[in-house]
Design a protein around this ligand. Structure first.
Ligand SMILES: [Zn+2]
Length: 259
């Protein structure tokens, strides 16, 4: 049977002499891997396809047995050329693709998750790449996966944290969010200070908001370090991430900040 779907190209690589393999994120089929037969032959209908990090309309033969599916046609729907030419956007896109490859199981439909990544790649392709946008995307992704940190009450005893956490409150990825001074009496290696300004920023990201406003946010070096650490802790603890590609993405964004 032939299926037709939109598909976001997360990774492609050569296969044998003339063919190519593409790993895709799709709304209705989850993450799938297809063989593009003869893709390296100049007259192939797949020649030059798919553009990495672009979204295509893909026709493929479904199979209950095979993990490697056979593509029949593929045509670009959103090419997003900036993600192959702007090295900063490319580094961030590479990190997001890496996240999708690691957290989305094969053949597990999740249209919402596809929409999240498709919209995220649109943002990057528009040139609105910044550290706050990357942190916001990580935070929104954690929320979508049901793994967002508790930011309004102590994750240990439930006492409310109020408008802004008081001194002594700390943040723990292993405990799931904020900890009151009573539940986190000593500075331990798996907790970090819960700075008021960073906490307020994360709370504001709990409602969807607008990514353009986030992309323009100016974060001071201590806020940047806190967001990098908090979100990195969460990704590490709950998803066995982040991968090295996060470091590459953050380094490329920091370079622009310093330039
Ligand atoms: Zn507590």
């Amino acid at each position: 049977m032939i299926a037709r779907t939109f598909a976001l190209a997360l990774r492609t690589y050569p296969f044998r002499e003339t063919s190519r393999i593409a790993e895709w994120l799709t709304p209705g089929h989850g993450r799938i891997t297809t063989l593009l037969k003869g893709a390296h032959r100049p007259r192939s209908i797949f020649f030059g396809e798919p553009g990495l990090y672009g979204t295509s309309e893909l026709l493929f033969y479904t199979s209950d047995r095979d993990r490697l599916l056979i593509a029949r046609e593929c045509s670009a729907e959103k090419e997003r050329p900036a993600l192959r030419t702007d090295w900063r956007a490319c580094a961030v896109a590479g990190y997001l693709a890496d996240l999708a490859l690691r957290i989305v199981p094969p053949h597990h439909p999740d249209p919402g998750l596809f929409g999240f990544f498709d919209a995220a790649f649109d943002r990057l392709a528009e040139g609105r790449v910044s550290e706050p946008l990357l942190f916001w995307l990580e935070f929104r992704l954690l929320r979508r996966l049901g793994l967002a940190p508790h930011l309004h009450a102590c994750a240990g005893c439930g006492v409310p944290a109020g408008g802004a956490a008081d001194p002594g409150w700390r943040f723990s990825a292993t405990r799931g969010g904020l900890l009151c001074p009573g539940c986190s009496p000593a500075e331990t290696s798996d907790t970090r200070p819960a700075a008021r300004d960073v906490l307020a920023m994360l709370r504001s990201w709990e409602s969807p908001g607008h990514p353009d406003a986030v992309a323009r946010l100016v974060v001071e070096p201590p806020q940047r370090a806190a967001l990098r650490g908090w979100l990195g802790d969460f990704l590490a603890y709950h998803l066995d991430l982040p991968p090295a590609s996060r470091q590459a993405a953050l380094r490329s964004l920091a370079y622009r900040t310093a330039a």
